[in-house]
Write a protein that binds this ligand. Structure first.
Ligand SMILES: C[S@@+](CC[C@H](N)C(=O)[O-])C[C@H]1O[C@@H](n2cnc3c(N)ncnc32)[C@H](O)[C@@H]1O
Length: 296
């Protein structure tokens, strides 16, 4: 069924640690061909082409103009891209939106805080997970690099998170933003892990509010269904009246919750912070609280 698939024309250099193949229910994806250590670089990629426009201004005309500049083999590679590995795109604009990443800020757009966008043939084959094992950080160059956030065993799919604030978003909010139904461990409905995942992500959002005084959109929350119910605590957070020591503890809780969720920031740092900032009895209590409430 997949033998004549157009993605066979997408060349992954032989020394890279992954290959492309079908990923059940998700079209195609990237799979590790050898073990990839946490923290190591997976792949660095140059864009096929770049459009120096803010996301909202990229029209069919701009993509067509950029396409005209490509060599015949590059044109072929762009045209082979599929929506979820099967259906061809109707518009070039759609193909660009689905397979591009925001990259370095263009000088003329810098004042507007807007990025330019590059089309990346291979990194855009990586599927999404709400508990990913890789990350593609923002860059100030026109290349993008992925690195492993977890150890990835040979044969396992390499995934990254398509959105930046998903660690604070519930399953249904994530799916609304993605416009597809993710099937990762945090999204598998009616599982204990999924229910705990929603609880953890709500708690992380609340703890972040207490620490930063604003919600994910950078705004104070309205009183209708606030994330922090206690109006005094909410006011204290918004006016930065919460003591530094308390904010440190909230941050530690965030780190522990992220680790429980499978989204470790850095085990070493959280371990060190726990050791450094809490006494033995508080640390044990903290660990017990976390395992009591969040073990699956
Ligand atoms: C940029 S493409 C990723 C590569 C794509 N699978 C392919 O075959 O070319 C993004 C699309 O892949 C699919 N996809 C990615 N992650 C997924 C996931 N976790 N669950 C289901 N579908 C996913 C969705 O259809 C999404 O619109």
């Amino acid at each position: 069924m997949f033998q004549g698939h157009p993605y066979h024309s997408l060349q992954v250099p032989s020394d890279e640690p992954f290959k492309l193949k079908p990923s059940p229910g998700k079209g195609w994806g990237a799979f590790a061909t050898r073990r990839i250590e946490r923290g190591s670089i997976i792949f660095t990629e140059k864009p096929l082409f770049v459009i120096r426009k803010p996301h909202t201004e990229i029209t069919e005309g701009y993509v067509w103009a950029a396409f005209q500049q490509l060599s015949p083999s590059e044109k072929e590679q762009f045209l082979c891209l599929r929506d979820n590995g099967s259906r061809s795109f109707t518009y070039m604009e759609e193909a660009f939106a689905e397979n591009s990443f925001a990259i370095s800020r263009d000088n003329s757009l810098r004042s507007q805080g807007t990025s330019i966008h590059g089309l990346f043939l291979l990194h855009s084959r990586f599927n999404h997970s709400c508990i990913p094992n890789s990350k593609i950080p923002n860059t100030d160059q026109e290349i993008i690099t992925s690195f492993a956030t977890q150890d990835i065993a040979a044969g396992h799919e390499i995934t990254f998170c398509y959105n930046t604030d998903f660690e604070c978003r519930l399953r249904h909010e994530r799916h609304q933003a993605l416009r597809f139904v993710c099937d990762c461990k945090a999204c598998l409905i009616d599982t204990q892990f999924q229910q705990l995942s929603d609880m953890r992500r709500t708690l992380i959002r609340g703890l972040q509010y207490l620490t930063l005084g604003v919600d994910l959109n950078g705004q104070k929350q309205q009183m209708v269904s606030p994330i922090i119910f206690d109006p005094y605590l909410k006011k204290a957070a918004e006016t930065f009246q919460i003591p530094l020591s308390a904010r440190l503890i909230y941050n530690l809780f965030i780190i522990v919750l992220l680790e429980e969720e499978g989204l470790p920031k850095n085990n070493f740092i959280s371990e060190a912070l726990l050791q450094a900032l809490l006494g033995d009895s508080e640390r044990i209590l903290c660990e017990e609280l976390c395992s009591m409430r969040f073990t699956t």
